[in-house]
Design a binder for this molecule. Sequence first.
Ligand SMILES: Cc1cc2nc3c(=O)[nH]c(=O)nc-3n(C[C@H](O)[C@H](O)[C@H](O)COP(=O)(O)OP(=O)(O)OC[C@H]3O[C@@H](n4cnc5c(N)ncnc54)[C@H](O)[C@@H]3O)c2cc1C
Length: 374
Amino acid sequence: MAQTDADITIIGGGIVGLSVALGLLLAGRRVHVLDGADSDARASQGNFGLVWGQGKGWNFAPYASWTADALAAWPEFARKLSDLSGIDVALDQSGGYEFFTDMDEMDEFADMLAQQQRHLGTRFSHELLTGDELRSQMPGIGRDVVGASFSQRDGHVNPLRVLRALRRAVAAAGGRVSMGAQVDRIAPAHGGGFDLALKDGRSMGAERVVLCAGLGAASLAADLGFITQIRPQRGELLITEKLADRLPFLSSTIRQVDEGGVQIGGTKADAGMDDSETLDVMAGLARHAVTVFPALANVRVVRAWGALRVMSPDGYPVYARSSRHPGACLVTCHSGVTLASLHASVLADWIDETAAAPDLEAFDENRFALSSVA
Ligand SMILES: Cc1cc2nc3c(=O)[nH]c(=O)nc-3n(C[C@H](O)[C@H](O)[C@H](O)COP(=O)(O)OP(=O)(O)OC[C@H]3O[C@@H](n4cnc5c(N)ncnc54)[C@H](O)[C@@H]3O)c2cc1C
């Protein structure tokens, strides 16, 4: 069996696994990332690129706080990525809108934001605007928009460039990434550590493992004694031709990427592992975009795709240590772009159990055990 010289083996080389790897490398650990097959579902290659706080954790204060920390940590993270990889990930944190065409929905969201504000105090800020206020600030906003919330702290990045930058940064920091290294089974080894059996027949020893395999984590998580059941949730997106003019806003459903195209998204569907795009959803996305900003009616859509979110049972991140197999951690989340700044920094302290580790008890998977008993 091949012995790895790494202190920590990370299973999964998406945005979560690579961010975690980078944090550990910068903390002085030797890290080997095993990434799976090209045919795997990969949320990191199909997402919307928001670095977003509005609404996050309104009913779960630890998540509100963790997200606020992540937003604050992004500028330094983007700088670090650029220094290590030479890639500018196009971070823009100049504020974002949630647009509404239904007053009841806006009132409901306003209540959620008020609750989030109570959790975060001065670490969060938002304002509510009527449709007329919006139109006086941004003349192109559609007449059916009844209002919007705005938070100065929200932003976005180019997510594919984040992924590329992470790959290069991990290599620059001395990490090793093996592509096409799909882990089939994992078991505790006699005398400590773990034995990993790869799909292609290879086997490998690992001292410690961090499971970051997105939707591919399910059976490996069970091998390691974790109880978290990860499920897919499909999102569909459109992208338009590149526009010479800049859109006057960033929103959670409409954003202009740094290269000029307008991305439209935000749908949610339970469709199992089917990540195909559907005509009715695409039509709904286009309608929404034109309602919010009618000038988009004249713009051509050039591409559409579906991608699967990686969801825990309650939608919040899971940071868990295996009680049955010490040395194994599970890290999984939705909003892996937003949280990458923390995964690549302070999460290393949690994995290493240093004195500086953030308190992530609220994100342990024991919350699922408790809720199934209740
Ligand atoms: C439509 C959509 C929009 C989104 N928008 C946003 C957004 O705006 N902002 C935001 O913060 N987040 C967003 N997300 C969420 C974000 O994309 C995910 O949280 C993040 O990409 C998850 O990364 P991951 O590394 O856990 O999973 P993945 O990207 O799925 O990566 C998992 C990796 O593990 C590998 N793997 C799987 N099984 C194995 C195995 N057995 N052995 C070895 N490797 C394995 C796979 O090959 C893959 O590379 C969005 C997601 C979707 C789908």
